[in-house]
Design a protein around this ligand. Structure first.
Ligand code: ATP
Ligand code: MG
Length: 225
């Protein structure tokens, strides 16, 4: 199977004033298309930093990142935005939903940049909201939804563009075990449809749904399965 991600000797240094902090150390990682991977590790071990680099939201300080055969250091800002929008679905640690906007419009939003008509955007958004079990909450605003439901809206928004790569930072962090299990069933189904999924979690029961687990420690890969 072909590689979707190849990270070689990735380092990330955060500079705050005079102080430099090495948040990622010599990360080498290959991900094949269709893999379902869990990233685990203590708070501060570099999980979100790694995810942001994989998601093209941040640049590594050194090392190379090949995404789908292309060296990401060659991408200009416009191309980065295009790839992020078309290829990658993000579920953030905080949901990043628009507060004064219905679940339906929150989910339909990424499709605006794809140049799809409003009626088609709403149709597609309805389908994914139904898929995550929120077909009866289309008109609800985030503050009218539980934490778990907001998380599901964020997941629906990540899926609405039908991305090849799904990146999820603690996608079940705010869910009870039943809702968490529903999301994992959905991820397993997406994985069986050929999507590549990389998910950060601190829960062993959630990590178990992935086919492969990578553990970070102090910015390095401590072990991998
Ligand atoms: N913008 C930043 N500037 C400076 N240091 C940062 C920045 N972002 C993260 N760090 C530091 O880098 C390290 C890794 O942070 P990161 O957010 O990747 O951890 P994490 O594994 O996702 O933790 P958590 O499980 O708490 O989300 C931490 O020590 C953090 O303080
Ligand atoms: Mg994090």
């Amino acid at each position: 199977m072909s590689l979707i991600i190849k990270l070689s000797k990735i380092n990330k240094v955060y500079k705050t004033g005079e102080i430099s902090f090495l948040a990622l150390k010599n990360i080498n990682l290959e991900v094949k298309k269709g893999e379902f991977i869990a990233i685990i590790g203590a708070s501060g071990s570099g999980k979100s930093t790694l995810m942001n680099i994989i998601g093209l939201l941040d640049h590594p300080t050194s090392g190379t990142y090949i995404l789908d055969g292309q060296d990401s250091s060659d991408f200009g800002e416009d191309y980065l935005a295009k790839i992020r929008n078309e290829k990658i679905g993000f579920v953030f640690q905080s949901f990043n939903l628009l507060a004064r906007t219905s679940a339906w419009d929150n989910v339909a939003l990424p499709l605006i940049y794809a140049g799809i008509s409003r009626s088609q955007r709403l149709q597609r958004a309805r389908e994914v909201l139904e898929r995550v079990g929120l077909g009866d909450k289309l008109e609800s605003h985030p503050n009218q939804l539980s934490g778990g439901q907001q998380q599901k809206v964020a997941i629906a928004r990540a899926l609405v563009n039908n991305p090849e790569l799904i990146l999820a930072d603690e996608p079940t962090g705010n869910l009870d075990s039943k809702s968490g299990g529903e999301i994992m069933n959905l991820f397993e189904k997406l994985s069986s449809e050929g999507k590549t999924i990389i998910m950060i979690t601190h829960e062993a029961t959630i990590a178990r749904h992935a086919k492969r687990v990578i553990r970070l420690k102090d910015g390095g890969i401590q072990w991998r399965q």
